[in-house]
Every structure is written in C-alpha cells, then in structure tokens.
Design a protein around this ligand. Structure first.
Ligand SMILES: C[S@@+](CC[C@H](N)C(=O)[O-])C[C@H]1O[C@@H](n2cnc3c(N)ncnc32)[C@H](O)[C@@H]1O
Length: 243
C-alpha cells in the first residue's frame, strides 16, 4: 500500500514516526486483520496516517478523532492527496474522554502518546500532546481501556501500538480481564525518542528509570519495544472469572 502523507508546515501536528509506522507494517503483513467494509475509529488521528491507510484498505467509513484542532486541516489535506472521497470520513476535534458515542465502531485504531510528562520539559503544544501522556505516559491508554466497551461493537477489534515504556503487561491483563482476546501481532525495537527533549534528556531518562524500577516500563540501554496489539471483543464480553 503506497500512502502519501505530508508533514504539517506549521509544526503543530506530529509527523508520522517509526512507532506509528510499525502498526501499518503489522497490519500489512497480517492478512487475518481485515477492515474491508468496516466502520473505523482512528483515535488520535494526527496527520491522518491511519485514516488514509484504513480507507485505502477498504474500510467503509472512518471517524478521525483528535484533541488537537490542527490535525483536522492536516488530515483533510492528506486525505485529498490520496484521492479519498471525503464522504467516507468524519473528522472530529474532541478529547477521547469526552467523546459522545452514538454508534460503536467495528475497528478502533490508536497510537497513543507514550512518554512520561515532567514540568521541566513540558512544551504544551501539539507535538507534546502527541508524545507525552501524563506522569506515567499512560494517560491515553487508560482512557481508551476505560471506554473500550462503549467504543467497540460486539466482535470489534482494537488495533493498538503499545510502547514498552508504558507497561504492556498491564494493558493486556486489563483487556483479558474485561473479556477481550488479546494477541501480539508484531514486535519491533526502536531508539527511545529523545531528540525533541535533548535539553532535558537526564530528567526524562530519570523518569523512565523510576518507572522501570517500579516495573512499569521496560527498555534496554536506550532501546525500547513497540508491540502491535490486536484485541478482539467477544459478542458478550464476559469478564474473566465470570460464568
Ligand atoms: C502519537 S500521536 C499519533 C498520530 C497518528 N495516529 C500517527 O500514528 O502518526 C497521538 C495523537 O493523539 C492525540 N491525542 C492525545 N491525547 C488525546 C485525547 N485525549 N483525545 C484525542 N486525541 C488525543 C494527539 O494530538 C496526537 O495527534
């Protein structure tokens, strides 16, 4: 699949990173994941990377959601660049925590922010919103998990990039306890993205070391893993242990 995604000249929207691209590589190599005819929610659409990819792969309709209003303009430009009929897309500016859901989706796709925040390096712009997720980096993962039963239709699938900096086991455990079948589609290893925070590298690393000591982050040297996780909702979503 050939995508044409261009960056935001104003620097308000994240340029697709290796973390984001890893989900597309997993998606392209696993024929068991299909979005043909599906209604898809792209949570944190950014430049529209996944929205474009899902529509080119045959999704019937995508809701592209982001808290950063600048993503609307960039995502729509990228949709046009790829010749996509805009009637197949709804672009929505909202916080996932407050999103009003009228009808659940067949597929939810998401690449959450995954770095821990600290006042020393907070820049509070669109790129920070894309990279930094609360004190432990898990802010968006936690909202997604809390709302997943509302977001996904029965037998629907969550496709998630999960950084090893944000406790993958915790997410998989929570998904399984909530009745989702969880599998790792692909694992890749990358460098911890420190360049943007180079001036505060020691602070950021010390936060990551503290999280690792508490068993909440995993990395070796400056390398971490990104897992692409597919979690499928059963028709009833019986919680683990319920009969
Ligand atoms: C890591 S970026 C992913 C962008 C794009 N999906 C990609 O893979 O290139 C995370 C995106 O989530 C958005 N975001 C962060 N918190 C959010 C929230 N609470 N609700 C909706 N979007 C949010 C950010 O603005 C950012 O565009």
């Amino acid at each position: 699949m050939k995508l044409r995604i261009e960056a935001d000249e104003r620097g308000e929207v994240l340029v697709p990173t290796d973390v984001g691209m890893s989900l597309l590589s997993a998606f392209n190599h696993d024929p068991s994941i299909s979005v043909e005819g599906a209604r898809v929610l792209d949570v944190g659409c950014g430049s529209g990377l996944y929205t474009v990819a899902m529509l080119l792969a045959g999704a019937a309709h995508v809701t592209a959601l982001d808290i950063n209003a600048a993503c609307t303009r960039v995502a729509v430009d990228n949709l046009a660049r790829n010749g996509i009929d805009l009637s197949r897309v709804t672009v929505e500016v909202a916080d996932l925590a407050r999103l009003e859901i009228t009808r659940p989706w067949d597929v939810v796709v998401c690449n959450p922010p995954h770095l821990p925040s600290d006042p020393a390096y907070a820049m509070e712009d669109g790129i920070d919103t894309a990279l930094v997720g609360g004190l432990d980096g898990r802010a968006m993962y936690d909202v997604l998990l809390a709302r997943l039963d509302e977001l996904l239709a029965p037998r629907g699938t969550l496709l998630l990039t999960h950084s090893s900096l944000t406790d993958i086991q915790r997410t998989c455990r929570q998904l399984e306890q909530a009745g989702y079948r969880c599998r790792t589609v692909q694992v890749c290893e990358l460098d911890i993205p420190l360049r943007r925070y180079a001036a505060h590298r020691d602070v950021l690393l010390s936060r990551l070391y503290a999280l690792r000591s508490a068993g909440r982050a995993a990395f070796r040297g400056l390398r971490f893993e990104v897992h692409t996780i597919a979690a499928t909702r059963s028709s009833t979503n019986e919680k683990a242990g319920e009969s």
